[in-house]
Design a protein around this ligand. Structure first.
Ligand SMILES: [Zn+2]
Length: 347
């Protein structure tokens, strides 16, 4: 049986507006053919899609009233056979499509469109969740358009994506948009403590680094960021005094991180950000567990040089996303970090 505390809309944190919109649609029975959940990764879009499907299929759905909006206007009971099947992922009228590797391929969408030509198995209708819709290649997007142009019988299609500009405008215009926000820092901290068993200090640092995304926090956690953070900060601190050969060998080590390079660069960015912030706002630092180190390091360089380093890393991350040669980009970055001077406009 699903845990009472974590099924349906109650399982979603920090998204009062999306929940209000979705539960109102359910309560009024005015459900559009297609919904588009927009928002950063790791803020609950997919959980909300499952909650919606559960409430949609639930046979014991209750519609409490007059509670001042604290309890969702319509939510699943969590115990009927339909709810159990949604929770177990075995409901025949809940279909899911997700990227295989990095892409949703055209054959996946064609299979879905074919399945939608048949009637739902049960009377109530059908929910389709197409997660990370931005992973559809153009061919797959066009195949999906067909389903949107001639909406199948008793079917709600839920797409999730980071931003609507990542999708074909013709898809976006056929969906009702529901916008999700980043999670608050206290919420992230609590989730990391409750679900991952982190101690308060570790949860606080991760929550500060994760930019409101639970999945980002989990990725940082999985890469053993504390150990790596220590290594990275030691390297960055020594960088200005090192020879060119040693600087380039550091660039090579960064290159060797491969998939974890973006996380490492974000960590480096948050370190320099702390150094830049500390002299003005000591309580604004993210790495609170490293305040003695930050105090020391912030004394050596002025704040503007560290702010310039933050921008250098930002620029490199941007270039890497646009397929710059990583080895070259890292060599250049490391040399510039070592020699960083405040940009003229920050003096
Ligand atoms: Zn139910």
């Amino acid at each position: 049986m699903p845990d009472k505390a974590v099924f349906g809309f109650r399982a979603i944190e920090d998204q009062p507006l999306p929940i209000q919109i979705l539960t109102t649609l359910l309560a009024k029975g005015r459900i559009p053919h297609a919904l588009l959940f927009i928002g950063p990764d790791g803020v609950g879009k997919r959980t909300a899609a499952t909650a919606f499907a559960m409430a949609y299929h639930c046979r014991g759905r209750r519609i409490p009233a007059g509670d001042g909006g604290r309890v969702p206007a319509a939510d699943a009971c969590g115990v009927c056979p339909s709810c159990r099947r949604v929770a177990a992922g075995s409901h025949p009228d809940l279909l899911r499509v997700a990227p295989v590797g990095d892409t949703i391929r055209v054959h996946q969408v064609r299979e879905l469109v074919e399945a939608l030509m048949m009637k739902p198995f049960e009377g109530a209708g059908r929910v389709v969740v197409l997660a990370q819709a931005q992973a559809m290649n153009p061919e797959a997007g066009n195949a999906l358009l067909k389903a949107l142009e001639e909406p199948p019988d008793r079917t709600v299609l839920i797409l999730t994506a980071r931003q609507s500009s990542d999708l074909l405008p013709t898809i976006v215009s056929r969906c009702q948009r529901v916008r999700f926000s980043p999670l608050s820092r206290p919420t992230l901290e609590r989730l990391l403590r409750e679900r991952e068993g982190l101690d308060a200090d570790a949860a606080a640092v991760l929550a500060r680094m994760a930019d409101g995304s639970y999945s980002h926090a989990l990725r940082l956690h999985a890469t053993d960021w504390r150990k790596r953070c220590g290594w990275l900060i030691a390297e960055l601190t020594a960088l200005p005094q090192r020879s060119s050969a040693l600087r380039l060998s550091f660039a090579e080590k960064l290159h060797g991180l491969k998939d974890q390079l973006p996380e490492a660069l974000e960590m480096a960015m948050s370190w320099y950000r702390d150094l830049a912030v500390y002299p003005y706002r000591p309580d604004g630092v993210r790495h609170r567990d490293m305040i003695p180190l930050i105090r020391q390091a912030a004394r050596r360089e002025d704040s503007a040089a560290n702010a310039a380093r933050v921008r250098l890393i930002q620029g490199t991350l941007h270039d890497l996303q646009r397929n710059a040669n990583p080895r070259l980009a890292l060599d250049v970055l490391v040399m510039r970090l070592a020699a960083a001077r405040p940009a003229p406009w920050t003096l």
